[in-house]
Design a protein around this ligand. Structure first.
Ligand code: FDA
Length: 394
């Protein structure tokens, strides 16, 4: 005899646990299954171990999707304040770091503990180290799932197995296979929030800059982010690059502006007036880290004193620093990507419940759906919100 539940959730990540909590609170019998030895492994490593668990400003504009309106309903029905209320009811200390990003004061493990406690209180059964096999619909309604622990049945089946990012942590792409099995459309998947790589020639020129970070604006078409830029041994990283990577496509150019708050041309002109005998490199080093100043000054062939530099040359130097076109050769891929863009096409889902419109009792939530947030707590907010609304309906 197969074990039977009202709701089976596949995946004990952020979305799956939130869904299970809400369904359990409604009196549904719920099991959450995962092949991992512990729930919420990505929560544990997130935000440098402190979990950027939401963004207080999260709204539909902070998400990428083929249908930018899809996320509105879930995000409105379970807001960052709702999640914060849960965090505070468990006495978890938190702080806002920057740009509305909320982090635990102590450890991401506080969030995992909170979710486990909430699941326990809601009577949810957590079944870890469980591998999934075939999924079949049962005649008359519901689903049968073959697992390493025997067959299980449920009226509602919620797929919350995440995306392809960081396979070393157990990411499998399982949700996409299930979507295909049920004939559901997929939006092409690709790595998001990921460092960008450079071709060997450019990388060699930038090698001395590895390890340097600076405030920057990175632009791709009409989209731009102002955050830190980091030069690495493989290419470009830092929050500004991770953000733009979700918009970037193979072959595209991005534009880098370092120290975007400063008008570098005006600053150099003022420096020339104040001290005509210093070099352009020295003047630039008042604004940029020394090695960066050297890189740009040498790159523009700036020799001699500032007094020798006409406005045109100072303008060229400023443009090199603040209108620098870069053509990344690729990205670091799923190995280091924080998220997977694309996934289960929202066109086949009901935005109020995350249920497949044409298949009663089948739900997709969290990262496996074609809704991807910016860096800064937005992806967890999507996991909580989509999980919550599915838990209300499953
Ligand atoms: P998630 O991936 O969390 O969970 C899926 C679960 O399914 C896992 O437990 C997995 O083991 C299980 N599973 C998968 N395939 C399976 C199979 N075939 N059989 C059995 N089980 C299977 N976001 C944010 O908002 N703030 C942050 O600070 C960070 N930081 C961060 C750091 C790093 C390093 C990464 C990689 C990612 C982040 N993120 C983030 C993104 C965030 O972690 C991500 O968006 C959510 O974890 C997605 O939640 P899900 O529940 O959808 O999937």
């Amino acid at each position: 005899m197969a074990g039977r539940y009202d709701v089976i959730v596949l995946g004990a990540g952020a979305a799956g646990m939130m869904c299970a909590i809400r369904a359990g609170q409604r009196g549904r019998s719920v099991a959450v299954l995962d092949h991992a030895a512990a729930p919420g492994e990505k929560i544990r490593i997130s935000g440098g171990g402190r979990c950027n668990f939401t963004n207080i400003h999260a709204g539909p504009k902070n998400f990428l999707s083929a249908n930018p309106h899809f996320a509105k309903s879930a995000l409105a029905r379970f807001t960052p304040r709702d999640f914060l209320a849960m965090v505070e009811s468990h006495g978890i200390a938190w702080h806002e770091k920057t740009l509305g990003q909320l982090f635990c004061d102590n450890s991401a493990k506080d969030i995992i503990r909170m979710l486990i406690d909430e699941m326990r209180a809601a009577g949810v059964e957590l079944r870890l180290r469980t591998d999934f096999g075939a999924i079949e619909p049962i005649a008359g309604g519901g689903y049968r799932i073959a697992t390493s622990e025997g067959a299980l049945e449920a009226s509602s089946l919620v797929i919350a197995t995440g995306g392809k990012s960081i396979p070393k942590m157990g990411a499998t792409g399982f949700a996409y296979r299930i979507a295909e099995q049920f004939g559901l459309p997929l939006v092409e998947t690709r790595p998001g929030l990921v460092p960008l790589t450079l071709d060997p020639q450019l990388l060699q020129r930038l090698a001395p800059l590895a390890g340097i970070a600076a405030p920057a604006e990175i632009r791709h078409g009409k989209t731009a982010f102002r955050e830190a830029l980091l030069f690495t041994h493989r290419g470009l990283s830092g929050p500004a690059i991770l953000q733009i990577s979700s918009y970037w496509r193979e072959g595209d150019e991005i534009t880098v502006a370092i120290e975007p708050e400063i008008d570098i041309f005006i600053t150099l002109k003022t420096a020339r007036q104040a001290n005509g005998r210093q070099s352009a490199q020295t003047a630039l080093a008042e604004i940029l880290p020394k090695r960066l100043a050297q890189h740009f000054a040498e790159g523009e062939g700036m020799s001699g004193n500032m007094a020798d530099q006409p406005d045109r040359r100072l303008q060229q130097l400023a443009a090199a620093v603040q209108a620098w076109p870069v053509k990344p050769s690729g990205s670091e891929g799923y190995r280091t990507a924080e998220v997977t863009l694309g996934g289960v096409d929202t066109a086949c889902l009901d935005s109020k419940t995350m249920q497949v419109k044409t298949i009663p009792g089948l739900f997709f939530i969290g990262e496996c759906v074609d809704v991807t947030g910016w860096l800064g707590g937005y992806n967890f907010q999507w996991a909580w919100a989509s999980g919550h609304v599915a838990g209300e309906a499953a």
